[in-house]
Structure formats: structure tokens, C-alpha cells
Design a protein around this ligand. Structure first.
Ligand code: GSF
Length: 202
């Protein structure tokens, strides 16, 4: 199967980490959806990465759908628990982490527009989502080392990709100073080969 993503996409990173953790072989196709020559629109009408192109079967987009699919095709190293309570909790943490990432990505895109067109109010609105989201993420982790149970799950992967993205695009956000538990979590999860291999590069 083929994964189309950009080298910096935090959502693409989430899928890459899942593929690596589950030891699913894949071909990585780098495509930057903002570039004029991007082919992403041929696979996803929304023009967004990541996109998964399985060998046989339908092309899939949105990292959450892709991850769900990968859980079905490979029983190796389940990342979404079977038990409904844990499962919902994992998906809720994933939604929270993705939401923070989305808000941060929107701020980044807004910063790239000409200054006169940038909306301060709109950026502040996104910033509030980032800070409130980080507080909620920290509270959800509490004293634990992982988000749900004692095995790596999709919740941990999404959260670590989110924190890694903040480091990459917004090094001025000193989230480690305010949330020591997230710092310890990120240090540990980020040291896994799947994370080291997928560090975003500009
Ligand atoms: C978000 C994908 C996305 O925002 C998912 O896959 O989980 N909910 C989706 N992708 C961005 C790149 S990034 O910030 O990861 C993207 O492709 N943007 C191009 C555009 O035209 O918005």
C-alpha cells in the first residue's frame, strides 16, 4: 500500500507511526498539498494529506479513517482497545490531540498570509483552543505514563504527534514548563524508533 503525505504533516506522522508500530510495509509518497504541482487532489477531493492507497480497495483519507482501516487489516499490535470504554477514551484523546493540532496548523497557515489579511481575533480563537486543549490533555494523562492502560495506544500516538508538531512549528510555546507530565510522556514515547524515524523536517 501507498501512503501519500507531506514530510511535515502531523496527521501523516500519526499514520506513519501506526504503520511502523504495526509493522505494516508501505511505500511513502511525499507530496506537499500546497504546491502547484501536487497530485493530492486526484486522490482526495479535499486536497488534504494523509491519503492511503491500498493495493486492492478504496483510497482512504482522513487519518482517523486510515487508522481504523489499519486496525482491521492487521491484528499485529492493536492500538485501539477492544473494550468499549477504553476504546471510546482512546478515540476521545485522539480527537482532543487532533483538535489542538488542527488549531495550531490553522494559526501557522494564517501567519503565512500577508500581514494585512491576517485576523488577530481569529488567531487568538485558535490559540485558546491550543492552550485549553493542552490543559485538558495534561489533565487526562494525570500521573500516568500513558493515556489509557499500560500499553501504547492510538491516544499516545496522537498526543505525541501533536506535541511534536507544536515543537516543530511553535517552539515559543513552552508547554513543557506548564505541563511537566506531558514533557515526561513525550520524552518517553518520542524515543520509540517509530517516532524517531518520523520527526518532521522542513
Ligand atoms: C486533517 C488533515 C490536514 O489538515 C486528518 O487527516 O486527520 N482531519 C484530517 N492535512 C493538512 C496538512 S497537515 O496540517 O497535516 C493538509 O493537507 N492541508 C492542505 C489543505 O489544503 O488544507
Amino acid at each position: 500500500m501507498k501512503l501519500i503525505t507531506s514530510p511535515t504533516s502531523p496527521f501523516g506522522r500519526k499514520v506513519r507511526v501506526v504503520l511502523l508500530e504495526k509493522k505494516i510495509p508501505f511505500e511513502l509518497v511525499l507530496d506537499i498539498p500546497w504546491n502547484a504541482d501536487t497530485q493530492v487532489g486526484n486522490y482526495n477531493p479535499l486536497g488534504k494529506v494523509p491519503v492511503l492507497v491500498p493495493k486492492d480497495g478504496e483510497t482512504l483519507f482522513d487519518s482517523r479513517v486510515i487508522v481504523e482501516y489499519l486496525e482491521h487489516v492487521s491484528p499485529v499490535g492493536h492500538l485501539i482497545p477492544q473494550d468499549p470504554t477504553s476504546r471510546i477514551r482512546v478515540r476521545k484523546i485522539e480527537a482532543l490531540a487532533d483538535g489542538i493540532t488542527d488549531a495550531a496548523a490553522l494559526i501557522f497557515v494564517e501567519f503565512k498570509r500577508p500581514e494585512a489579511q491576517q485576523s488577530r481575533d481569529w488567531m487568538l480563537r485558535q490559540q485558546t483552543k491550543v492552550f485549553k486543549g493542552l490543559e485538558a490533555l495534561s489533565e487526562a494523562l494525570g500521573e500516568g505514563t500513558l493515556f489509557v492502560g499500560n500499553k501504547l495506544t492510538l491516544a499516545d500516538i496522537a498526543a505525541a504527534c501533536c506535541l511534536g508538531y507544536l515543537d516543530f512549528r511553535f517552539p515559543d510555546i513552552k508547554w513543557r514548563d506548564t505541563h511537566a507530565n506531558l514533557a515526561a510522556f513525550h520524552e518517553k514515547v518520542g524515543s520509540r524508533p517509530s517516532f524517531k524515524e518520523t520527526v518532521p523536517v522542513a
